[in-house]
Design a protein around this ligand. Structure first.
Ligand SMILES: Nc1ncnc2c1ncn2[C@@H]1O[C@H](COP(=O)(O)OP(=O)(O)OP(=O)(O)O)[C@@H](O)[C@H]1O
Length: 198
């Protein structure tokens, strides 16, 4: 059984929970380390750009982060996945649910013009919704935090994830599944800083 509990996962090497990767790494912790290092380098090379931030944009961010590691970088997953007791969006609903989430974001003008408090509240809910969508087989958290960097900067605020520890982020993600966004708001109140100079 692989870590997502889906039996033989077509994304993994046979009888293994290691994702097939371009580096031919078959050890899970080696892959984790390579993933971490390569996505860090990739993230540093990605430059801010203005909206629209739609689902295609999100897929493109994922592609840029993971293209050196996974052949399916930037593509919507074709297996259902779960973590803990959370079952993420079923594959057939990913595209329609993504359209709803990203249309709402566009209607809210990507939160530009919001006060810091409004931004925290709105982006916490958006993050919770996007986490439940979980459109990629792996790398959802990293792609999502990068997209949220763009949203915060476009809204005119500094962003720094270093005060947010992984335990708070995880709890915030779990709570948001039942529409409790308090911990996610705490996350964003820690990482959204001062207004950027105009
Ligand atoms: N039980 C759970 N319920 C809801 N969300 C969860 C649960 N466990 C983990 N998550 C969320 O799933 C995300 C991890 O998804 P995935 O492994 O695709 O992304 P990642 O980029 O590899 O992870 P990370 O955020 O740890 O860097 C985490 O960011 C976390 O927010």
């Amino acid at each position: 059984m692989d870590k997502y509990g889906v039996g033989q996962d077509p994304y993994c090497y046979a009888a293994s929970s290691v994702l097939v990767n371009k580096l031919n790494i078959s050890d899970e912790s080696d892959l984790e380390n390579a993933e971490r290092d390569l996505t860090q380098v990739a993230a540093e090379a990605i430059e801010f750009c203005p909206p629209p931030y739609d689902f295609e944009f999100f897929k493109e961010l994922h592609r840029q982060l993971f293209e050196d590691i996974y052949p399916w970088a930037g593509e919507v997953r074709i297996v259902d996945v779960s973590k803990g007791s959370t079952r993420f969006c079923t594959t057939s609903r990913i595209e329609p649910e993504a359209r709803k989430i990203f249309s709402k974001l566009a209607e809210q003008r990507w939160f530009s013009g919001c006060t810091r408090d409004e931004l925290i509240k709105n982006i916490a809910e958006f993050s919770g919704d996007l986490n439940i969508l979980h459109p990629f087989r792996e790398g959802n958290g990293r792609a999502m935090r990068l997209l949220c960097d763009f949203i915060v900067i476009n809204a005119g605020y500094q962003v720094d994830w270093s005060p947010v520890d992984s335990a708070l982020w995880l709890q915030a993600s779990i709570d948001s599944v039942r529409c409790d966004y308090q911990a996610m708001q705490q996350v964003y109140s820690l990482c959204i800083g001062e207004e950027l100079p105009v």
